[in-house]
Design a binder for this molecule. Structure first.
Ligand SMILES: [Zn+2]
Ligand SMILES: [Zn+2]
Length: 398
């Protein structure tokens, strides 16, 4: 793959017309805007259909009629967000090129329009904006990590990533348990939410039967632990199956044959994660006779070891990003961050600009998620633009 430095980019593309660089499939800007919009309408609603199905699966609760209507409304709005971001790239570039800039510049071609189009995040309801920002900040961390690795400054290994995940989980679950004591909880999207700290106290107990009065749950400990493990194991397997089977829906026999033991890995991670966490908290509650937020530290750390079953750079940084998010929301509540500062929205714009810039200029170190996201939302138009751009670059290099 080709890496576009500032120098090369401006040499290869600086004097291009927008029709050769930005919309190689058509000559006129108006036609480009129309065709891009149509591709993004299709792509965006397809993408959000997947997102909402996964979110509903992860909730693990039955949908009521009220929920269905609510989800449908959110789905329509999220779709508008996606299609605005996707389609505005071409239009903004054509406008900028015609009005302000005489040449294509390394920073104003992708970074600037994609930072501006991030404002479309206002189409999402506030609590979903927080979730999207969490995801994008996490992706920026991944992008930086990959950049450092490419420069030879560090090496990513599943072992190191597991350790980061374990330490992150310890801090994250501790903060999460403290956060549950607040009236307004921070919106977070994680595998599970640890229960409130139980106020009850009881005598320390031995054996494995029943529950301690201090346990933060109602049923016997064994049931509580196994139920969580089985549920999350199921969710993990279901997610893998969806990902494997959906692209092969037209050939169902082949689709089922393609399922392997390795597809259980995600389930093992999810199930092990909640199972170990609950086990440690229950053991501590039983032996101490009272509950404490501090139990989340050893429990989160050891539970994080389950990540080794299915390691990935993006998820390894998840607990760290989410911990920062909780700290920020406390900052707002305590007045350390001005209440009228739209931090979430601004942060989203910056992250989107950086990541989409990485997609075009530094494809090698761009998180896979962003590449897939842009392909899906633009119905492959993004790859079309990318291919034409890379070709230009290569022609200059030769
Ligand atoms: Zn144009
Ligand atoms: Zn228990």
């Amino acid at each position: 793959m080709v890496e576009a430095s500032k120098l090369w980019f401006e040499k290869a593309c600086g004097s291009s017309e927008c029709r050769t660089l930005i919309h190689p499939w058509t000559d006129t800007c108006l036609d480009a805007t129309k065709s891009m919009l149509w591709s993004c309408i299709k792509g965006s609603y397809k993408f959000y259909a997947m997102v909402y199905v996964i979110q509903i699966l992860m909730r693990g609760k039955k949908l009521k009629k009220k929920d269905v209507i609510e989800h449908l409304k959110m789905y329509i709005k999220s779709g508008i967000f996606g299609l605005t971001v996707g389609s505005s790239f071409v239009t903004l570039n054509c406008i900028f090129r015609a009005l302000f800039f005489s040449r294509f510049n390394y920073y104003t071609t992708v970074l600037l329009p994609c930072t501006i189009s991030g404002l479309a995040v206002y189409f999402e309801p506030p609590y979903r904006r927080v979730l999207v920002v969490n995801l994008f900040v996490n992706l920026v961390f991944e992008y930086w990590l990959r950049t450092l690795e490419m420069k030879g400054w560090l090496r990513r290994t599943p072992g190191k990533e597991t350790l980061i995940f374990m330490m992150g989980s310890a801090i994250f679950f501790y903060l999460l348990r403290l956060d549950r004591e607040n009236e307004k909880r921070t919106p977070l999207f994680w595998f599970f939410t640890p229960p409130r700290i139980s106020k009850e106290v009881g005598k320390p107990m031995t054996g494995i039967h029943g529950r301690s009065p201090a346990c933060p749950h109602k049923e016997p400990c064994i049931n509580y632990i196994l139920k969580g493990t089985a549920q999350l194991f199921g969710v993990g397997c279901a997610m893998t199956m969806l990902r494997t089977i959906i692209p092969r829906l037209l050939t169902p026999t082949k689709a089922f044959k393609s399922l392997k033991m390795s597809h259980l890995k995600l389930g093992l991670f999810f199930g092990g994660y909640i199972g170990i966490y609950r086990l440690i908290v229950c053991l501590l509650c039983r032996s101490q006779g009272r509950d404490s937020a501090l139990y989340a530290l050893p429990a989160g750390f050891l539970a994080g070891a389950a990540f080794r079953a299915s390691p990935s750079t993006a998820i390894s940084l998840g607990p760290v990003t989410s911990s920062l998010q909780i700290l920020c929301s406390w900052g707002y509540r305590k007045g350390l961050i001005p209440a009228n500062l739209p931090l979430v929205e601004l942060l989203y714009c910056v992250c989107q600009g950086l990541l989409f810039h990485a997609r075009v200029m530094h494809e090698d170190v761009c998180p896979r998620y962003i590449i897939n996201l842009m392909t899906t939302v633009t119905s492959s138009k993004a790859d079309h633009i990318q291919a034409a751009f890379i070709e230009k670059l290569q022609r200059t290099l030769l």
